[in-house]
Design a protein around this ligand. Structure first.
Ligand SMILES: *Cc1c(COP(=O)(O)O)cnc(C)c1O
Length: 513
């Protein structure tokens, strides 16, 4: 390519490139009969390593040919009806169109002079989501002792991020700074020197449930908290137990520790369990502790026409994580951190003369941990404008209905054991081949998952529940048909009995020698 840069002079090349890429996607969708190819990761690694990066191919067509063999032919197809492993959703077509626009125009949502319209569209959506949460109607925002340099109003606000991990990090960062900007335990207001800050940092705690996402621990590490800063409470089943939370917060205060935040889950990654948000919120208010609600998974319930009440009490949070690339059916990456009191973003603000001078207006970059940031909001905007909030919510509702149906199917199957009735859209279960007694089936779980993955016909996930391994189906396709579910379950049963037979022979051989 002589001139590969996008501009008015070569817009025909741009159109041709998009058409060629779209044709590849079409080929991928049609040609993909299994969720993944059966080519092993080792073979793919060798193929990838064999590419000579010093010799360019010269044309887009040749590069597409190469990428087809390296990537498209082997990419795991999340849209495929027998991909039921992780929280990867099928994506809306309006969002894909939006991605093309955002990528081709390449707007950076950063400052007014770089992305005026994009900043406005993003902000409109932030206001929409904070409204869905119910922040706008909640009572007064708390006072901050150091609000002298506050530039933003005290209303709810938010920012798009790259994912739940990033949203949780920024939420917990904001909570940490909020805590440290208040007087410490046993201190007079104002005695907030650097050494005091260091001492307080080492005694800051984050309290969460047993099933918190790994990103909470990661955030605590990045935030410089002590290695044992994250306290995971034993649950009431899969949910946080309010009485235990209440007692723990009192005990921590009595011991001279400070709690930076309580992290409640609106949808645990494995089970979809939702903590009792209203009770937890009330307890946090009583103890004057920041509540972060991780709704990376359950956030889609905000637009559910029939299940919004499952998030009852979410408006009591100080900060909320929502992943649009999970239950709003958008392509990666799209997430947001929402704050009840948007002035908390002042902790993320650093001004620079070349970008966002301190004496100038507020900019999107003031709220973000990123500087250059993709216009991910556009895919939410386009999807919302085409389908409406109910339309998006109905997709999740449909997926939850399918998961419930699969739960009943598994429960009725003598060769499968349902571990939990689905709460949201995950189904936890275990193979139970006739030849294998009770707990011995635990040893089959990983091998069954691995065998399915190697074959590529059905992809399921494996996890551990109550100390015992089990398989997991994550359902995000409301149009999933029974015949596809039956095919996946048949693959699980077949692999389990085949592996059980192998186990039985190995045991017998062991006895004989
Ligand atoms: C997926 C998930 C996250 C992490 O989100 P990413 O978008 O993968 O970074 C955080 N919390 C929960 C509960 C999740 O399910």
């Amino acid at each position: 390519m002589n001139d590969p840069l996008l501009g008015s002079r070569n817009r025909e090349a741009h159109a041709a490139a998009l058409a060629a890429a779209a044709a590849e996607v079409n080929r991928y969708l049609v040609g993909r009969t299994t969720p993944r190819s059966s080519v092993s990761p080792a073979t793919l690694a060798a193929q990838t390593a064999a590419v000579d990066l010093t010799t360019p191919l010269g044309t887009l067509d040749k590069a597409l040919d190469e990428v087809r063999g390296l990537y498209l032919d082997h990419a795991v197809g999340y849209h495929h009806p027998r991909y039921l492993a992780h929280l990867n959703c099928p994506i809306t077509i309006p969002a894909v169109a939006a991605e093309t626009l955002a990528t081709s125009v390449n707007t950076a949502v950063e400052t007014w002079d770089q992305g005026t319209s994009a900043c406005l569209i993003e902000q409109r959506l932030i206001d929409w989501v904070t409204g869905l949460i119910g922040f706008a109607s909640s009572e007064d925002t708390p006072d901050h002792p150091d609000d002298s340099h506050r530039t933003r109003g005290a209303g709810p606000d938010g920012v798009f991020t790259t994912g739940g991990t990033a949203s949780n990090l920024q939420g917990l960062f904001t909570a940490r700074e909020d805590r440290l900007s208040r007087p410490g335990p046993g201190r007079r207001t104002g005695s907030d020197g650097a050494s005091d800050r260091g001492a307080r940092l080492s005694r800051l705690r984050i309290v969460t449930g047993e099933h918190a996402h790994l990103s909470v621990v990661k955030a605590a590490r990045l935030l410089g908290l002590a290695p044992d800063a994250v306290i995971t409470l034993p649950g009431d089943g899969d949910r946080m137990d309010p009485a235990t939370l209440d007692r723990t917060l009192s005990a921590l205060t009595d011991a001279g520790d400070e709690v930076a935040a309580v992290v409640a889950l609106a949808g645990t990654t494995d089970h979809g369990a939702i903590d009792p948000l209203r009770e937890v919120g009330g307890i946090c208010r009583r103890h004057d502790v920041w509540l972060h609600v991780d709704a990376a998974y359950g956030g889609g319930l905000l637009v559910s026409p029939t299940r919004r009440e499952l998030l009852d009490g979410i408006e009591l949070a100080d900060s909320v994580t929502v992943d649009f690339h999970k239950t709003f059916f958008l392509p990666v990456a799209a997430s947001a951190l929402l704050l009840r009191d948007g002035s908390g973003f002042r902790h993320s603000t650093v001004s620079a003369d070349y970008l966002n001078p301190a004496d100038g207006e507020d900019h999107a970059v003031d709220k973000s941990l990123q500087t250059t940031r993709r216009f991910d909001a556009l895919k939410l905007w386009m999807t919302l404008r085409v389908m409406g909030a109910d339309g998006i919510g109905r997709l999740l509702d449909g997926a939850i209905d399918v998961a419930a149906r699969i739960g009943r199917t598994i429960d009725a199957d003598p060769e499968l054991e349902l571990v939990r009735r689905p709460d949201l859209s995950t189904v936890l279960f275990r193979p139970r081949p006739a030849a294998v007694a009770g707990d011995e089936s635990d040893a089959l779980v990983r091998p069954v998952r691995d065998a399915l993955f190697a074959e590529g016909r059905s992809v399921v996930a494996a996890t551990v529940v109550d100390g015992r391994p089990c398989l997991k189906l994550t359902v995000l396709d409301p149009y999933l048909r029974d015949e596809d579910v039956d095919a996946v379950l048949a693959d699980v049963r077949d692999a389990a009995s085949y592996l059980a037979e192998g186990m039985r022979q190995a045991t017998t051989a062991g006895v004989l020698t």
